[in-house]
Design a protein around this ligand. Sequence first.
Ligand code: UDP
Length: 323
Amino acid sequence: MPKKTILITGGAGFIGTHLAEKLLKSGEEVFVIDNLSTGSLKNIAHLKKNKKFHFTKDTILNRKKLENLIKKSDQIYHLAAAVGVKTIMEKPLESFLNNIKGIEIVLELASKYKKPILFTSSSEVYGKNDSLPFKEEDDRVYGSAYNDRWGYALSKGADEFLALAYFREKKLPVVVVRLFNVIGPRQTEAYGMVVPRFIKQALSGQPITVYGTGFQTRCFTDIEDVVEALVKLMNHPKAPGQIFNLGSEEEITIRELAQKIKKLTGSKSKIIFIPYTKVYGSGFEDMEHRKPDLTKIKKLINYQPKVTLEESLKKIIDYFHEN
Ligand code: UDP
């Protein structure tokens, strides 16, 4: 197979660097554009040694730069976006606008040069729908317009709409992937994600901070399973024009997660419970449960998550020890 040239927007972030690593390993040429708002140079230091890796520090809103990169690429993974509930709550306007404006430019240019694109959306789009597990065609249910939390879901939902509209009206090959709580080494605790936060707290002897009752559940997905599936979806002829859930079916309460991390790290940290209002202000609504129905992705690319939660947590704990 001839090697491809691939563009990853947001490629210095947690998911992007793992994806770049995988593509480089299979011999592809990888271009990354990232404004380092949440990505970091440390994340890509090891990739910079590879001659096939190219990094541009810029925002995707810089049309000229983006156009040059898209022109020379065979495929585009659009990952650049505001990240984490904490970011969204702290900078609702900026997050919303960046998510919308970013994909608008990326899709327009991808369409101009007819370049296939994969867009990573989020399980957040299901909102507070409580009929589990979530299927791709399920309703999206959002709370009050006065609640900033739903801004993220709305922006990702609008992004999905744009992506599918480009597929339908402009025949642009676009794949939409809804990610469910991806975890792995290099994910930072800075944007509120629970797993790196708990591990850091446990290793430093700080209290492990469970928000709310801790009975809310999530299905955490290891980054290795995620990047493998992303590449398969991007290259599958039947994927364009479709939405796929990508996650794991192993469900855990946040309370159990805290206990598991405490045990795996051998930590003496206390597990404490903090009301949401103390963390995010009054009126914050969390998603109680999030579980993907994986029928569709299993059928198309034979997807089966290989890394268990415990294995994944051990890898991340090792990473924190090394760093
Ligand atoms: N969470 C928690 N303590 C923390 C950070 C997060 O209990 O220090 C909870 C959070 O309220 C949510 C779950 O862990 O119920 C997952 O949070 P995360 O931000 O990682 O992902 P998301 O909410 O987007 O699923």
